[in-house]
Design a protein around this ligand. Structure first.
Ligand code: BT5
Length: 275
């Protein structure tokens, strides 16, 4: 085996490793970009008759404008991570959009568990975490940006995925939820290529199941790290917050929290901290 840390994710290497039917079959590699989500959204906005194929994947070794939700930064040293965006054309009702985040986090969790021997949990709404030193550390974040069609359905969706693969502990980004990488938890470098190929295969399978009406929500709920725990959920603008016990999520990925008075809240988006 060659040097895992310097493995190439250029198109030739990826195409010969992929086992998918359509996901990642149209693939572009970038050494350095602003944000793969922005780049794919720009390509989508500019497309004419030559439509971008569903399943198009843009991947970068480095982003200088990597984004989380609400324009937060996503930071990763060059060559250390999986930083990619994939295009879907779901034609789903808008409330089903969260399925994409759920099924992509399941695909990523399964791929990481296959390639490493870690146990992966999901943290609502869009994070993957592992247990390290008695606490939960985030190693993956997802960013879904959808477009509604004139018929009010989800016409296209750009799904961004950032996985901290080989970030050395000394270079770990500062973050609200402590950050970690697969290298930092397992103590060994992990093949980004093997992880990418496994992830895309599983993502394709989960997506097709969802497209046939199979909900990712039960499997996602089983991995939920906060199930039965007391949490505080707030909107980033800070204009409301709810404290209570997590009962799970509903079909559309809304977090169900029961507050002290027994009142049930179904929360579509926000930031959550364990109490
Ligand atoms: C996310 O947002 O977790 C979504 C991250 C999506 C990144 C991918 S990379 C490819 C694609 N192109 C993009 O431009 N983005 C996507 P959010 O839940 O809002 O979390 C953002 C917060 O995570 C930041 O405010 C930091 O506190 C923290 N953070 C930043 N970099 C991190 C890292 N590498 N690992 C863990 N946490 C990080």
């Amino acid at each position: 085996m060659g040097d895992i840390k310097n493995e190439s994710l250029k198109a030739t290497a990826v195409q010969s490793t992929l086992s998918t039917q359509w996901l990642g079959r149209s693939y572009q590699y970038f050494a350095d970009v602003g944000s793969t989500n922005d780049l794919l959204k720009e390509a989508l906005a500019q497309e004419g008759e030559q439509r971008l194929a569903a399943g198009t994947v843009f991947l970068a070794d480095h982003q200088n404008q990597g984004r989380g939700r609400l324009n937060r930064r996503w930071l990763a040293p060059a060559g250390s991570s999986l930083l990619l965006s994939a295009l879907f054309r779901p034609d789903w009702p808008p409330e089903q959009a969260q399925w994409l985040t759920m099924l992509a986090s399941l695909a990523a969790a399964e791929a990481v568990e296959t390639v490493t021997n870690l146990i992966v949990s999901v943290k609502w709404p869009n994070d993957l975490v592992v247990r390290q030193k008695g606490g939960w550390h985030k190693f993956c974040g997802l960013l879904l940006e959808g477009n509604m069609g004139e018929n009010g359905r989800l016409q296209s969706a750009v799904l961004g995925v950032g996985v901290n693969v080989n970030i050395p502990p000394a270079q770990m980004p500062e973050a609200v939820t402590p950050a970690t990488s697969l290298l930092a938890v397992t103590g060994r470098p992990i093949s980004r290529l093997a992880l990418l190929a496994d992830f895309l295969q599983r993502l394709e399978t989960w997506y097709e199941a969802a497209n046939n009406g199979h909900s990712p929500q039960p499997a996602w709920n089983r991995r939920l790290v906060t199930l039965g725990k007391r949490v505080q959920v707030s909107r980033s603008s800070g204009d409301w917050q709810v404290t209570g016990m997590v009962l799970g999520t509903d079909e559309w990925g809304r977090l169900q929290v029961q507050d002290e008075s027994g009142k049930l809240h179904a929360i579509a988006a926000g930031d959550m901290t364990l109490q």
